[in-house]
Design a protein around this ligand. Structure first.
Ligand code: G
Ligand code: G
Ligand code: MN
Length: 555
């Protein structure tokens, strides 16, 4: 196609010259025919019918030549116009290919920007507003993965048909790539509910099953809408705002639409700042471990700590993991963050009483890394922390993605002596099958049930049920979120093994823990060489403190 076009273009000047010559010859021939043809013809006819003098032979030959020339010109003309028609069609097709999505026939991203810009200007001129909708299918990837790309493509085409049907008569419709669609149209700025009706219709329609290749497919979609008359200076800004609103719709639960508003922009700005800050904060060790006490309920003895990441931000103070862990997960920084937290806490715990354990949270994202176990074992070895004092906490959602990989990672860690806890049990699926999918050593009841244990009958029933489950499966249970003595007492009566929560104090920094452990005489006595300094020096890989290595191997 491209080659054909190039050839056309390169031969154009030559053809142009030919056309002029052909045209000139044809015009001259016609003029000669008009000038001489009539007299020659009438003389010839007179000669045949009335017996007059014959026409001059040269003139007759000239006339015949003249006719031949006219015929030649006419044929050349029709050949040329045929060629022009073909060329125009090819150009139109090339234009079409460059501006259209081949799967759905919708505009593509570039042509949406071009035609959207024109519509944006038109809206302003006609005192109307332009609405731009961004539509993304929810979990489309699952359809592709389960049924293959042919079914995925068929679904995308069916979705395009539905979008086209929901649009007002004059609308731009585009597929921006993957499962992302966009449409734009004008509306009366006083009546944004017309836009809402279209959005509602789209959301409702996408939630109905689709038929593609003989299958019934269930999906849904999330929509973001932005309007040109509210703080959008250009089509680019409008598209970006609709995009931000679409992500907000996804975040608030999918299968819905959201109008863009300025608070979303600010939220995004904060997020971007956190993201770029986090990139620096991890190597600078601004993300530090805090330690929450885990207490043996029956004896009251301090058993160990759950390690909780905190961001000691140089200007914003302490930032909660709820804010930065999701960002670390989405941006792929979670592995570095987690290993840094482990390294810091293992080093901090070197001279703590050897009976104290550390529980570390592992994100589902980390369990997609086939080298995770090796990376953790490397940190254990380098810091000399014994694996049998380490407990790994994972949530049920870790088991969905790649159970075989999770099993292999957990297997390697357990071989080293580490233990495994199922975190946040009671929320989400709370399935027995999940409990048996991995060799768990402990169940942790989510704090939402524990905190409301004494006020809410449902919470009490759930805590009781999990306690019973732990007993029959022979899995000790930890309750988190213990905030007062009454809750602690109730848990003890239910036979819960361990508890943690603010009742035992807020999570402590490395320095705070050392102070507390010193008071309770739970710091190991300093070596003969003198008191251990609080300053933590990272060991160089391979240069292991001998005692620690022996301890680990013995453990
Ligand atoms: O879940 P999410 O909404 O992010 O889905 C994006 C998915 O869309 C990706 O898995 C990608 O493979 C898929 N995808 C992108 N383009 C196409 C396409 O043209 N056809 C099909 N069938 N799938 C696509
Ligand atoms: O400490 P706080 O209760 O605010 O922690 C909120 C949540 O953040 C906890 O439920 C915990 O699972 C998670 N979290 C804290 N630290 C880490 C960490 O180092 N890694 C991962 N993956 N999650 C963490
Ligand atoms: Mn946890």
């Amino acid at each position: 196609m491209a080659l054909d076009l190039e050839e056309d273009v390169s031969t154009q000047p030559a053809k142009g010259k030919q056309d002029i010559v052909t045209g000139a010859i044809s015009v001259a021939a016609i003029l000669m025919f008009v000038g001489t043809g009539s007299s020659v013809l009438s003389t010839t006819l007179q000669h045949y019918f009335e017996g007059g003098a014959p026409a001059d032979r040269t003139l007759v030959i000239a006339l015949l030549l003249n006719v031949a020339l006219i015929l030649f010109g006419w044929r050349r003309h029709s050949a040329l116009s045929q060629e022009v028609r073909i060329r125009t069609a090819a150009e139109e097709r090339a234009q079409q290919l460059a501006s259209r999505d081949p799967l759905t026939g919708f505009l593509n991203r570039r042509s949406l920007a071009e035609e959207g810009a024109a519509m944006f200007v038109r809206a302003h001129r006609r005192r109307k507003a332009m609405a731009l909708i961004m539509l993304d299918l929810d979990h489309f990837k699952t359809i592709n993965d389960m049924h293959g790309h042919a079914v995925g493509d068929a679904l995308l085409r069916a979705v395009a048909v539905e979008i086209a049907q929901a649009m007002p008569p004059i609308a731009l419709q585009a597929r921006l790539g993957g499962d992302e669609f966009s449409c734009g149209f004008l509306f009366d700025p006083q009546q944004p509910d017309t836009v809402e009706r279209i959005a509602e219709r789209l959301v409702a329609r996408m939630a109905q099953p689709f038929e593609a290749e003989g299958l019934h497919l269930h999906i849904s979609c999330s929509l973001g809408i932005a309007r040109s008359d509210f703080d959008c200076a250009s089509i680019d800004a409008l598209m970006r705002s609709a995009d931000i609103a679409m992500y907000q719709a996804k975040k608030s639960g999918r299968n819905r639409y959201a109008w863009f508003d300025q608070s979303m922009e600010r939220e995004l700005q904060v997020r971007n700042e956190l993201e770029s800050g986090l990139r620096m904060a991890i190597p600078r060790q601004e993300i530090v471990p805090y330690f929450e006490q885990q207490v043996d309920l029956q004896t009251g003895r301090l058993h160990g700590f759950e390690v909780l990441a905190r961001w000691e931000h140089p200007t914003r103070g302490l930032i909660s993991p709820d804010l930065f862990i999701p960002i670390a997960e989405e941006t792929g920084m979670i592995a570095d963050l987690s290993l840094s937290i482990m390294r810091q806490s293992f080093i901090a715990a070197r001279d703590w009483d050897p009976s104290l354990s550390l529980s570390i949270n592992i994100s589902p994202w980390q369990l997609r890394d086939a080298w995770l176990a090796q990376k953790i074992i490397k940190v254990l070895t380098e810091t000399g922390f014994p694996a049998n004092r380490l407990e790994i906490e994972i949530t049920e959602s870790s088991l969905f993605d790649n159970l075989a990989l999770a099993q292999s990672i957990v297997g390697s860690l357990k071989n080293q002596g580490a233990r495994l806890a199922l975190d946040d049990f009671g929320t989400g699926y709370s399935s027995l099958a999940h409990l048996r999918a991995l060799p768990f050593d402990r169940i942790k009841i989510d704090k939402s049930f524990v905190m409301s244990l004494n006020e809410n009958a449902d919470s009490a029933a759930i805590v009781k049920a999990i306690a019973g489950l732990g007993e029959s499966l022979n899995l000790p249970v930890t309750a988190e979120g213990v905030e007062d003595a009454a809750i602690e007492e109730r848990l003890r009566a239910l036979g819960i093994a361990k508890s943690q929560g603010w009742y035992y104090g807020k999570p402590l920094s490395v320095t705070g823990v050392r102070r507390m452990l010193a008071e309770r005489r739970l710091l190991q006595q300093p070596q003969a060489s003198g008191p251990l300094t609080v300053e933590i020096v990272e060991p160089v890989a391979g240069e292991l403190p001998e005692a620690a290595t022996n301890q680990r191997l013995a453990g």
